[in-house]
Design a protein around this ligand. Structure first.
Ligand SMILES: Cc1cc2nc3c(=O)[nH]c(=O)nc-3n(C[C@H](O)[C@H](O)[C@H](O)COP(=O)(O)O)c2cc1C
Length: 369
């Protein structure tokens, strides 16, 4: 599976894998794809440094990248405490009451809320970049909008390509104007923050909108035939996030959550604001139902919602409270039915890709060519 972009980056397959887990990122790159480590959950630069050191030691010299969440709009002089103070008491009561209803135990003394995500704050994302540029990363991706111009210039000075996720052709064109090198067109089916346009419609729209920039197709891709379809739609590669969650290398820290993912069907996700305040696709649970219930208080805007629920989500995860237990994941979860190694996912993907291409060639009357 080779395209101009995979050749430029020196990878065997034009398969890009987003993951919050260093072991998965390294395994993707070792398997011939391009592993991208999600940095949003790193609050301390030293933790990121430790994990990038680990990747360096385990990637066999193969290329990899980093994904940060740097919001396009700058929020100057606002601390986390200022943001916390904006959370209405009624919403805090709702969280307390919901946790009490399900008997969710407290975290142990001194145990940090692992879901306290602050990487979206510009100063945190910038401290991550200070670390990242000390490493030979080949790609910097940004989740929410185009990164600021000085970050794009800094990446280019280091010879690092810049990618940005887009849920519409309009967003993609904005990225192009901001000097981004690669657009990740992420469809409605995808896990995490998503727009409202499905991949089948979005991919060719974005490809045409930003031509000649390379586009990676994301959202709903978990098999070789889906990858072949994405390339047929004009993408220069595929960008996968959900499928890695049930790989042997992933570190979900929750056997119950892995079981839920393996059992879920493609209709068991919901696009909900429950986790961050922006629509993000995730497993549908009684927790997302509570937030989406018109009788409830409703969610707060980003970043308030994320701070409001951080501790609650950590408690639910830590104690594996089944009805409330969830994670961002896309509709492809319906095909994630067994724990496999990253290499096995790759083998399946590349074999399926070849079969799909052969089939299309046969349909086109080109068999044997
Ligand atoms: C658990 C999870 C966390 C994610 N977190 C981020 C993130 O921090 N930054 C980002 O750019 N994309 C994030 N995404 C989206 C992925 O980068 C990717 O675009 C998406 O998973 C592709 O669709 P798929 O889930 O159908 O494979 C996340 C996806 C998942 C499943």
């Amino acid at each position: 599976m080779q395209t101009e972009l995979s050749t430029q980056l020196g990878v065997e397959h034009a398969v890009f894998g987003f993951t919050p887990f260093p072991a998965v990122a390294a395994a993707i790159s070792r398997a011939g794809g391009f592993g991208v480590l999600g940095a949003v959950r790193y609050t301390a630069p030293d933790d990121l440094r430790r994990d990038l050191d680990w990747i360096e030691a385990h990637v066999d010299g193969k290329p990899y990248g980093l994904d940060v969440v740097m919001p396009a709009k700058k929020v100057e002089g606002v601390s986390e405490a200022d943001v916390e103070a904006m959370i209405p008491e009624g919403h805090r009561d709702f969280v307390r009451d919901t946790l009490a209803k399900y008997g969710v135990p407290e975290l142990a003394e001194g145990e940090a809320a692992g879901w306290r995500i602050t990487g979206w704050m510009e100063q945190v994302a910038r401290s991550q970049l200070d670390v990242a540029f000390d490493y030979p990363i080949r790609l910097l991706a940004n989740a929410l909008g185009s990164p600021p111009p000085d970050v794009v210039s800094r990446a280019h000075e280091h010879g690092v390509l810049v990618a940005a996720l887009a849920g519409s052709a309009r967003h993609a064109r904005k990225h192009q104007q901001a000097g981004i090198d690669i657009v990740v067109a992420q469809g409605y089916e995808a896990g995490g923050h998503t727009g409202e346009i499905a991949s089948m419609v979005l991919t060719p729209e974005v490809v045409e909108a930003v031509d000649p920039l390379p586009v990676l197709a994301a959202g709903g891709i978990g098999s070789g035939r889906q990858a072949a379809a994405a390339l047929a739609l004009g993408a220069q590669g595929v960008w996968l996030g959900s499928v890695w969650l049930t790989t042997a290398e992933a570190d979900l820290h929750s056997p119950a959550l892995t079981r839920k993912l393996l059992a879920a069907g493609s209709g068991d996700t919901v696009r909900s604001r429950a986790l961050t305040g922006k629509p993000a696709r995730q497993l549908r649970t009684e927790w997302t139902d509570a937030w989406d219930d018109p009788q409830g208080p409703g969610t707060l805007p980003m970043p308030l919602q994320g701070l409001l629920v951080a501790e609650a989500v950590s408690r639910i995860q830590k104690h594996e409270v089944d009805p409330l237990l969830g994670t961002p994941v896309g509709q492809i979860v319906g095909r994630m039915n067994e724990v496999r190694s990253v290499q096995a996912v790759f083998d399946d993907l590349t074999r399926g890709f070849e079969q799909a291409v052969d089939r299309v060639n046969r349909v086109a009357g080109r068999s044997g060519q």
